[in-house]
Design a protein around this ligand. Sequence first.
Ligand code: NAI
Ligand code: MN
Ligand code: ZN
Length: 339
Amino acid sequence: MKSVVIQQPERLVIEERPLPQPQSGEVRVRVMSAGICGSDVHIFRGHNPFAKYPRVIGHEFFGLIDAVGEGVEASRLGARVAVDPVVSCGHCYPCSVGRPNVCTSLQVIGVHRDGGFSDYACVPDRCAYEVPAAIPDQHATLIEPFTIAANICAQLQPTARDIALIYGAGPMGLTLIQVLRGVFGVAQIIVVDRIPERLAMAQENGADWVINNLTTDLKAELEQAGVRPTLIVDAACHPAILPEATTLASPAGRIGIMGFSPEPCTLSQQAITGKELTIYSSRLNSGRFPQVIAWMAEGKIQPEKLITHRFPLEHVTDALQLFEQDQKTCCKVLLSISV
Ligand code: NAI
Ligand code: MN
Ligand code: ZN
């Protein structure tokens, strides 16, 4: 089988590898489609501190179960599945309180163990979620990115009264806009970015008001309009955003952060306590696949709006390069895989 292997930072090779055999409790997935994410590029460039090399990248993928390991029902053969990349121990403190995404021995498929940019991938049976026929293959590839939005929403608990402000209209910001609009029906969605093309994508995905914070003073704009966001999410993940968000938020507001920057940021206790703000963080997803699959099946979210490019697996280098360099046109870039 062919696998996209990052042998070491900056060295990507499509390797011919032996067909893997599922171990006890595992299924083998014949991968049909996979999505490129910023973190795949980070592993390629050597910027992911968790990655071990050599590594088959890819943690957003869909396929068919074509073999099962010991202890797995044979009825699983042929199932169309989306794979949850979170592999957890099931018994540590975070696992015991329903937060397997921060398991003390967390393994992420495509980061800590081999992933889905490959003809086949073996994964724990419990990570492979059956996808109903109503959801087409390529949409199913986007279940994982939507689980990121689902997870932060589980923390923030959006309501119809919320005025949401989202920083960043990349894939993360755009999935979040769709979920806030289609699932939670928040009152207003304001999106901030510095790339006009991305702000246009935000509008197409359901933003009510977009603001370019490179050319406009965000604080002044909001003040002039008399708007105080009750729910703010930093999906751009720059350390300067959280302090700004604490000044913009309504009293009793909630702020969600998703970034991994090691840079410190300076917060004032007064800005937080004075308004009794709540700050949440969210990493990956904690068992949110069934929820997102239901949203897709019910038509509450529109994955097709996010797919901007498709490449065959053989052209993975071109696909990664385009994704990395062309933020103006790219949202989700998919790889089609067929053996
Ligand atoms: P992206 O790089 O495609 O999008 C980020 C967007 O933010 C860009 O459009 C950029 O122009 C905009 N931006 C940057 N600085 C800004 C600022 N100061 N103000 C307003 N807009 C600004 O990235 P993507 O894929 O959408 O991911 C966003 C972030 O989410 C990344 O930092 C990534 O590491 C993080 N992430 C976190 C996850 C988690 O589970 N916590 C999962 C996936 C991604
Ligand atoms: Mn991803
Ligand atoms: Zn655990």
